[in-house]
Design a protein around this ligand. Structure first.
Ligand SMILES: [Zn+2]
Length: 59
């Protein structure tokens, strides 16, 4: 198994030191800061929001 407890965030790769991810809703590629991350307990896993902030605020 993978012993690392690092955050398991799906992403499309780094660009200029920033992680990018494609929003499944709008299909746009955005930095992870546009998605908002939910940190579980300290030291725990970090889950990414599936949609970007713009899409989530649409509803
Ligand atoms: Zn979106």
């Amino acid at each position: 198994m993978f012993g690392s407890k690092k955050a398991s965030i799906k992403h499309d790769g780094y660009e200029k030191g920033t992680l990018y991810r494609t929003c499944p809703h709008c299909g746009k590629r955005k930095p992870l800061s546009e998605f908002g991350l939910r940190a579980m307990k300290p030291g725990g896993s970090v889950r990414e929001q599936s949609w970007c902030k713009a899409c989530r605020s649409e509803r």
